[in-house]
Ligand binder design. Structure first.
Ligand code: AHR
Length: 310
């Protein structure tokens, strides 16, 4: 019904005849690099031609790439939207060209859900809640938290903040005393953590750092060490992604928890696209990936298992 409604073509097309344009955010984090790598291999496995355009964190580059994919007449467009707003007109152009769009790993803020066929994302609010619940329990409801936010205006930064705040709302002793964006990068996380440490009595007022991704947390760990404190002990470190370097830090006692974000966003999107192109099967609007929290107890084994995958 959706296909007919938006006028998409449902003529059967074999997977090895499909070309997909993927507008990727950039290479800000280890997780992002893994997602790009997995997207390439998942496309190859299915015989799909994948054209990747690196937006270098800029929405204007993504809009240009999408327009170029439309002009090339690709069979579908995958986009990992760097920020949540500002997509309506370019996605309406894709819809007019009858090209299905899949959102990968980040959502958009638009009232018009017909602008995309499906989003393959985790429950990013829940990721924040999982970390928040763990921290409340771990600290018996008493902790001064500093927060490293992701890219301003991106759906994971908005949702992970919201979820964490929800989880600590019933515990007045757990407070976010400082919060700033580190743009999802290691260097950003380090720099912001240094300023938090300086402002908070050399770090002595800080009980935990909640980071919207592992890379910023790894930068923060460096800053904590340079300030003469022990990450994972003097300051608890919790994050989201599940990249090998964070597991390594956990196995060395320098970090405490991470919520895994699957780097395989393209695989489920490709399966949904192939099914749709075969016989018009419509995917669910939200293809949700799992969110599991990991701790130091399994970190060594997880690091060994993941290091070659990433
Ligand atoms: O959108 C997913 C987020 O983007 C990841 O958690 C982060 O590492 C990346 O930059």
């Amino acid at each position: 019904a959706f296909a007919a409604l938006v006028g998409l073509s449902t003529a059967a097309v074999a997977a090895d005849k499909l070309t997909v344009g993927f507008s990727q955010v950039g290479s800000e984090s280890g997780w992002r690099a893994a997602e790009t790598k997995v997207a390439k291999s998942e496309a190859e496995k299915r015989g799909v031609t994948l054209k990747i355009s690196d937006a270098q964190q800029k929405q204007e580059n993504q809009i240009k790439a999408i327009r170029s994919f439309i002009a090339q007449g690709v069979d579908a467009i995958f986009v990992a939207p760097v920020v949540a707003t500002g997509w309506d007109s370019v996605l309406a152009e894709a819809k007019d060209a009858k090209i299905p769009v899949f959102l990968l790993d980040r959502d958009i803020d638009s009232k018009d859900k017909s602008l995309y066929m499906a989003s393959v994302t985790s429950d990013q609010v829940e990721e924040g809640r999982i970390d928040g619940r763990w921290l409340v329990k771990q600290t018996n409801g008493k902790c001064n938290v500093v927060e490293l936010q992701g890219t301003v205006g991106s759906s994971p930064a908005i949702s992970r903040k919201k979820g964490f705040e929800e989880a600590i709302a019933g515990s007045p002793g757990v407070k976010i005393i400082r919060s700033q964006s580190g743009d999802f990068t290691r260097s950003g996380g380090k720099q912001v953590m240094e300023s938090f440490i300086k402002a908070e009595n050399g770090g002595k007022n800080i009980c935990a750092v909640y980071s919207h991704n592992d890379d910023m947390a790894i930068g923060a760990i460096q800053a904590i060490k340079e300030a003469g404190l022990k990450p994972g002990k003097d300051i608890l470190v919790l994050a989201i992604d599940g990249v090998p370097d964070f597991f390594k830090a956990m196995s060395e006692g320098e970090a405490n928890a991470t919520v895994e974000l699957s780097p395989d966003m393209a695989g489920p999107a490709l399966d949904a696209l192939i099914a749709y192109k075969k016989d018009g099967t419509m995917p669910p609007k939200w293809i949700k990936t799992k969110s599991t929290i990991f701790f130091p107890d399994t970190a060594k084994a997880e690091y060994e298992r993941r290091k070659s995958l990433y």
